[in-house]
Every structure is written in C-alpha cells, then in structure tokens.
Design a binder for this molecule. Structure first.
Ligand code: C2E
Ligand code: CA
Ligand code: CA
Ligand code: CA
Length: 279
C-alpha cells in the first residue's frame, strides 16, 4: 500500500508538472498574441423566440494561434485571468466589438445589440469604468446597444462594490446582463437591488429541459420571476426544437444556441443580419 501511495504521488507530481508547463507555454504565447493580432471575435446571434428575428450578437473570443490553430476560451481564459493578461485582452475585445458594431451600422445593416463578456478580474479593477467610457466615446458606438455580461460570482465577490460599479455603468447607458444565471450564488434578493437588465439562463439548465426533471422546473421559475421583475430573459444553449418549444411555451422572449447558429465570423454574422436566419 505504501509503494502504491508512492506511485500515486509520483504520477500526481508528474501531472501537475505537465500542467504547469502547459500554463507556462500558454501564458508566454498569450503575451505576444495581442501584438501579433492573433485574437479574433466570433459572434453568436441572440434571437427573439417569437419572431425568429436576430436581436443581438454575443462576441466570443477566439485565439488564432500560429502554433496551435484556433484556441477556444476554456483553454486560455483562466491563464489570462491569473496572469492579469485578461485586462489588455478584455480591453481589446470591447474595442473590437464596438468598432464592429459601428461598421455593421455604416454598412446599413439593422441595428442589433452586441454583448461582451466581462471577466471578474476586469470588473473589479478601479480603471474598468473609465476604460468602458473611453471606448464608447472613442468608437461612437451607441451604449444603448452595448450589453455587458457579468457572472453572478463576479458580482457577488463584493456585492456592495459590485452594485456601485453597476450603477455607474448604467449611467453610461449600457445594458447589464447577468451571465450563467443559476450556477452561482443564486440569491434572488440581489436581483432587486442591482440594476440588471437581462438574465441569461445558463445552458446547463436549458440542455436537460425536456427530460422531465428539475431543470425544467428551475427554468420555468426563473422565466416567470424574470418576467415579473421586468427583466429580459435569455435562454442559452438551445440546441433542439423540443427545448425551443418548451421555452416558447413559458414566454421566454429570447434565446441563443446552436439550433439558430453557432458563433460565426463577423462577415458571416453580417450576412445573417442582412438575410435573416435560414430557418
Ligand atoms: P459564455 O459567456 O456562457 O458563452 C457561451 C458559450 O456557450 C460559448 O462558448 C458558446 O460558443 C457556447 N454555446 C453557444 N450556444 C451553445 C449551444 O447551443 N450548446 C452548447 N453546448 N454551447 C453553446 P465559448 O465561445 O467557448 O466561450 C466559453 C466561455 O468563455 C464563455 O461562456 C465566457 O465565459 C468565456 N468567454 C468567451 N469570450 C470571452 C471574452 O471575450 N472575455 C471573457 N472574459 N470571457 C470570454
Ligand atoms: Ca456570456
Ligand atoms: Ca453564459
Ligand atoms: Ca459559461
């Protein structure tokens, strides 16, 4: 048993080491990725579930790495957060999304809101607000069409400070969405205290909605509550017609998911804005 424990320890140690090397590799390359212009935003349509019209697009970060090809956020966001690199990266994301929004308008496409994910690390910084303000001014993008997505957990790390930042953001005229709703602290009382415009129901609840289990009950409760608090409710991760039918029946206004479209390039999104979804 002792020898076994020794083996386990060795194996564990080796795995830890591999992971440390991997993190080190990613961090080193992330540092250069901004300068090398290796980041790109893809956009996933937000859809009005009644009309089928596109109401917005969520900007989702991709890293087009020279060494590794297209890398997705789960493989680098944590490293970017731990190293602080998420701050300049996040600033680039916001600038790029607002610039793209202006371009689509100038191209004569119907105006849609653009949603940008904000990391807890960015949100907590004292210069975050000023950064948002200067990008809105610099790009001339209508802040009423800018939707900042913040997770419950980012907000609740310091609820009082979080509420103050949200109030300042509201003064800038932006929309606030609570992302991954239901996965965090789920204290419903703060929904009333905080100036939140949109609830995004986490895809983990939507995925099993039709299985006749608790997820359906949770989703229907969240939609009813959101509607009665006059929040916009967006369901994430809609993949099939059964899920859509369920949400439709519960008066969920908006949704997003592979059923409508995967995240696509800015050109492909422009095409969808011009022609509508191929349904
Ligand atoms: P999220 O904000 O919850 O974004 C939704 C994720 O679900 C995206 O993954 C999207 O591609 C995926 N998705 C959309 N529809 C479906 C569906 O029908 N089924 C399934 N299974 N998945 C679907 P992605 O792009 O890999 O992003 C993962 C996470 O990384 C995001 O989760 C967000 O937390 C973070 N992220 C992405 N872009 C940024 C960014 O620019 N800044 C920051 N701070 N975080 C970002
Ligand atoms: Ca999001
Ligand atoms: Ca989400
Ligand atoms: Ca998520």
């Amino acid at each position: 048993a002792k020898a076994n424990g020794g083996d386990n320890y060795q194996f564990f140690g080796k795995e830890m080491n591999t992971r440390a090397v991997e993190r080190h590799f990613i961090e080193g390359h992330l540092r250069q990725a901004l300068d090398a212009q290796e980041f790109v935003l893809h956009y996933q349509p937000l859809v009005n579930l009644q009309s089928g019209r596109i109401t917005g697009a969520e900007a989702l970060l991709r890293w087009n790495s020279a060494d590794r090809g297209l890398v997705f956020p789960p493989d680098f966001i944590t490293v970017a957060e731990d190293s602080g690199l998420i701050v300049p990266i996040g600033r680039w994301v916001l600038l790029e999304a607002c610039t793209q929004g202006r371009r689509w308008l100038h191209a004569g496409l119907p105006p849609v809101s653009i949603a940008v994910n904000i990391s807890a690390v960015e949100f907590r910084r004292r210069d975050f607000l000023e950064g948002v303000r200067s990008i809105i001014e610099g790009t001339g993008f209508d802040p009423g069409f800018l939707q900042l997505e913040i997770t419950e957990s980012a907000l609740m790390q310091d609820a009082k400070a979080g509420a103050a930042i949200l109030r300042e953001l509201k003064k800038l005229g932006v929309q606030i969405a609570l992302d991954d709703f239901g996965t965090g602290y789920s204290s419903l009382s703060y929904l009333k205290q905080f100036p939140i415009d949109i609830l995004k129901i986490d895809k983990s609840f939507v995925q099993d909605i039709d299985g006749g289990n608790d997820d359906g009950i949770i989703v229907s409760a969240v939609i009813a509550m959101g509607n009665s608090l006059k929040k916009r409710v967006v369901a994430e991760g809609i993949e099939n017609a059964a899920q859509l039918g369920f949400l439709h029946g519960l008066s969920c206004e908006e949704g997003q998911g592979y059923l409508f479209s995967r995240p696509v390039t800015s050109d492909a999104l422009a095409h969808l804005l011009a022609n509508g979804l191929p349904l």
